[in-house]
Structures are given as structure tokens and as C-alpha cells.
Design a protein around this ligand. Structure first.
Ligand code: GLP
Length: 256
């Protein structure tokens, strides 16, 4: 996979936003896969500033969010549907009809997962899937030991993820116990994967994903199976990579 190391969080955001903008410029009806959490927030802000200044038009883009908590009612400020609505749909000028978030409040979440997969197939699959990474190596909400062939489904959140995400809630016990998430098999079907990570809390997970064995113990290591995966990280997140100098050399000497 391609590894791009930037000095700062802002550098990561600009590099990732540029790649997304290039996809949209070449295909105005692109289908984007959206990550949530803190990692992509600067990327969305960067894209929003380009849209606001007329440098980018995303009005025809469709989008699929990776995951959602189970049990949060529509409009709940901590739901990913709400977050995506604010920082993507509104801020980037997407048509809400073309923005899909797995329905974690459905009476039957398994059926909702199937519907989500059907909508994804009907849209022609994802052109570029943006991903963050959990401190335990999860992508989407595919926790360690998730099947590398898994599809969109309901999952139990690990204690690590619930504790990592408690910062977004007023009390740790308010973090939902379950989620609905694209599977790793679903994620691997996107035509391009773009994983971003910033900060030292992600350095071990990034090293395991990029340089460790492909293993369900580190779901992000499944990116090694993808022909077009890019990892964009800052210096702190890159700190445990043993081949960092080599990745820099490859990046600086890319064939034109
Ligand atoms: C969350 C999300 C993931 C995200 C990851 C990292 O729980 N489900 O999509 O990539 O964990 O979160 P953050 O970017 O806030 O560190």
C-alpha cells in the first residue's frame, strides 16, 4: 500500500482532501464512503472551504457512511447520521437523498443492514472510501476478530472502543453497546481506500495495519489485500513504522 507521511494533522487533511477533490473533479457523480469520528473532521472542513469558495462542486456526489450506533434516535447529536448531516451533507452541499447512513434505530437492524448493502450495490459501489482507524486497529466498527469477509451487520462494540468514544458522550455508560457497520468484505470492494490517522495513540495500530500480518486481530491490516489503498498519517501516528524512510523514498520518487 502507499504510505504518505505528513508533518501535521493539517497536512494529512490537505493531502486527503486533495485526493477526494481529484476523484470528484474527474467524476462529479462519484460515490464516496464516509468515515466519522475525529480523524476525518479536518478533511471535511478543508473540503467545505473549497466548496464555499467555488473551487469544488460536490452537489452530485453520493455518499455512504461506514457505520452507526444502534439505539440512538434520529437527530441524536451523537449519532453518526447527525454528524454526517452537519459536517458533510450540509457543509459540502450534498443532496440528502443521496447520503446513506446505516439505520441503527431500525426495528430490525439485520434488515437495515441488508437494505444498506442493496442501496450500495444500486449506486454502483464506492469509488473512494475514507477510513479512520481505532486504537485497537478497527475500521468502521469492525472490531478485532471480525471476519475479513464480513458484510454490513450488527456488531458488539469492544470495551476499548466504548472507552475511546466516551469522550463524545456526557458519561461513559451512555456510549451504545452495539453498532451497525459495513463489513471488512464490503470495505474491500471500494475501488480506492484512503485511511487517515493522526496522533501517537494511533501509532501501534498503524504499524500493525501496514507492517503486521494480515489478521482479523487488526482489521485495518485487511488493507494489505486491496490493490489501491493509501494510508495518510502524521509524524506521531507514523512513529512505530519500521520502514518509514523507505515509504518517504518511494513517495519522493514516484514514477510520473
Ligand atoms: C470510531 C469510528 C471509526 C473511526 C475510529 C477512530 O469509533 N467508528 O470509523 O475511524 O473509531 O475514531 P477517531 O477518528 O475519533 O479516533
Amino acid at each position: 500500500m502507499e504510505v504518505v507521511c505528513k508533518q501535521t494533522r493539517e497536512g494529512v487533511a490537505q493531502a486527503a482532501a486533495s485526493r477526494i477533490a481529484a476523484v470528484v473533479a474527474s467524476k462529479p457523480r462519484a460515490v464516496l464512503g464516509l468515515a466519522t469520528g475525529s480523524s476525518p473532521s479536518l478533511i471535511y472542513a478543508e473540503l467545505a472551504s473549497w466548496v464555499a469558495t467555488g473551487r469544488l462542486d460536490m452537489a452530485e456526489v453520493s455518499a455512504f457512511a461506514l457505520s452507526e450506533y444502534v439505539g440512538l434516535p434520529p437527530g441524536h447529536p451523537r449519532s453518526y447520521a447527525y454528524e454526517i448531516g452537519q459536517v458533510v451533507t450540509k457543509a459540502l452541499g450534498l443532496d440528502p437523498v443521496h447520503v446513506h447512513v446505516p439505520d441503527g434505530f431500525a426495528v430490525n437492524v439485520e434488515n437495515a443492514a441488508e437494505r444498506y448493502e442493496q442501496n450500495l450495490a444500486a449506486a454502483g459501489g464506492i469509488d473512494t472510501q475514507l477510513l479512520g482507524i481505532g486504537t485497537n486497529g478497527h475500521i468502521g466498527f469492525n472490531e478485532p476478530t471480525s471476519s475479513l469477509a464480513s458484510r454490513t451487520r450488527i456488531k458488539t462494540l469492544s470495551p476499548t472502543t466504548r472507552s475511546d468514544n466516551a469522550r463524545f458522550f456526557t458519561a461513559p455508560e451512555e456510549v451504545p453497546t452495539h453498532c451497525i457497520t459495513q463489513g471488512i468484505g464490503t470495505i474491500l470492494e471500494a475501488r480506492q481506500l484512503l485511511l487517515v490517522a493522526q496522533g501517537s495513540s494511533k501509532s501501534a495500530a498503524v504499524a500493525a495495519a501496514v507492517e503486521g500480518p494480515v489478521s482479523s486481530m487488526c482489521p485495518a491490516s485487511a488493507l494489505q489485500l486491496h490493490p489501491h489503498a493509501t494510508v495518510i498519517i502524521d509524524e506521531a501516528a507514523a512513529a512505530e513504522l519500521t520502514l518509514l524512510d523507505y515509504y518517504r523514498h518511494v513517495y519522493d520518487n514516484k514514477p510520473s
